[in-house]
Ligand binder design. Structure first.
Ligand code: ATP
Length: 361
């Protein structure tokens, strides 16, 4: 397995790119340590596949270098990089048995039959494919086929990394969950370097120990699922992670308070001090679950209108209006919600300040 380094990588599909907007990837600088399970998460078109293809060698980036364990592989094709890839649609030989599909990458490298058998049986066991070894791949369900694709990567003990491009897209929701858990188990057991592209936050957050959020060709934040939830460093991360996403309110600063129209919201001292140096557009951000709702006014509370409430089974989402701006609050099922008006507390610990979309740190 390898440590993978992206050194100022940028890519444009245009022959003569001009400004930033011509680039599908804009200056990506990052290191994936050996054995990490990392997800590349972002909406359609943000550059995830382009980046994965640059890592695998399907594409040579317009700028920058890619290093595997310090060795420059930027110009090497995939077959020279020792990586395994699992795509959206399983790649296998339908007419061959599961055993022969798994054995193929080893036989291809001239490994002797005894070792092939041993390794195939081992990998089939890990993936719960043992009962299917003599069956033809053609007759199997999509999840079993995708496990074979994964198995074809795992049989080789020398792969530098396994790259996954939306591998669960064609899998049923129930099977998706099982397969995701299986991938996590395999990673914990074998400590392989996994890079996993997805636009689904649940998939990314449950699978990976490190998530890189991509937005418009940039990695805007790399962190643990908890980091991304509790400390989003970019407005897009706040909005994209969590359901519903973070609330943002345009504001100005006055002493230690964020002013949202006529309303003053107390910030912690450090946040306010940093915010006073800001010259760009200021926004206050708070996750729906951290907003506290009260039936009465009180010290530090601000009044908001209740516009509606949605019951989502185990919790409810209230839509609130504060000084003409909309906010969402997440409430436990049993917490009463006053009609018409409510008073809010913004706990300073969870009330963040953003300048021009970036967290003020
Ligand atoms: P999706 O989840 O939809 O695959 P993505 O995040 O993987 O999206 P990419 O496929 O990497 O994004 O695309 C990034 C940008 O590059 C998009 O604007 C896309 O239209 C453009 N793009 C991708 N492939 C090509 C190509 N072969 N030629 C020209 N432009 C491309």
């Amino acid at each position: 397995m390898a440590r993978i380094e992206l050194n100022e990588v940028a890519h444009s599909y245009l022959p003569k790119p001009g400004g930033d907007s011509d680039y599908a990837l804009k200056r990506i600088h990052n290191v994936w340590e050996d054995g990490v399970a990392c997800a590349l998460l972002g909406p359609s078109g943000c550059g995830k596949t382009t980046l994965l293809n640059a890592v695998s060698g399907l594409l040579t980036p317009s700028k920058g270098r890619i290093l595997y364990d310090g060795k420059d592989v930027t110009a090497l094709p995939p077959e020279k990089r020792n990586i395994a890839q699992v795509f959206q649609f399983p790649v296998l030989y339908d007419t061959m048995s599961v055993f022969n599909n798994l054995a193929f990458p080893l036989r291809n490298r001239g490994i002797d039959e005894g070792a092939v058998k041993e390794r195939v049986l081992e990998v089939a066991e890990i993936l719960d494919l043992t009962p299917f070894l003599n069956k033809r791949a053609a007759g199997l369900a999509a999840d079993a086929k995708q496990k074979i694709s994964l198995g074809r990567g795992l049989v080789r003990s020398d792969v530098a990394a396994i790259l996954f491009d939306e591998p669960l897209t064609v899998i049923d929701p129930q099977m998706k969950w099982l397969l995701r858990r299986k991938l996590k188990e395999i990673h914990e057991e074998l400590k392989l370097t996994f890079i996993y592209v997805t636009h689904d936050q649940v998939e990314a957050l449950t699978f990976a120990d490190q998530v890189a959020v991509m937005f418009e060709g940039e990695m805007v934040q790399i962190g643990t699922p908890q980091d991304l939830f509790e400390n989003p460093e970019h407005k897009f991360v706040g909005y994209f992670i969590g359901s519903p996403g973070m609330n943002f309110l345009e504001c100005t600063l006055e002493g230690n308070k964020a002013r949202v129209d006529g309303t003053g919201i107390e910030l912690d001292e450090e946040t306010a001090a940093k915010g006073r140096n800001a010259r760009g557009k200021l926004e206050l951000g708070i996750r729906p679950m951290y907003l506290e709702l009260h039936a009465n006014s009180g010290d530090g509370r601000v009044k908001a209108g209740v516009k509606g409430v949605e019951d989502l089974g185990s919790y409810r989402i209230a839509t609130l209006m504060l000084a003409g701006q909309t906010l969402k609050a997440r409430l436990p099922e049993d917490k009463p919600l006053p009609e018409g008006e409510v008073w809010l507390t913004f706990p300073p610990k969870w009330t963040k300040l953003f300048e021009d979309e970036r967290l003020i740190q």
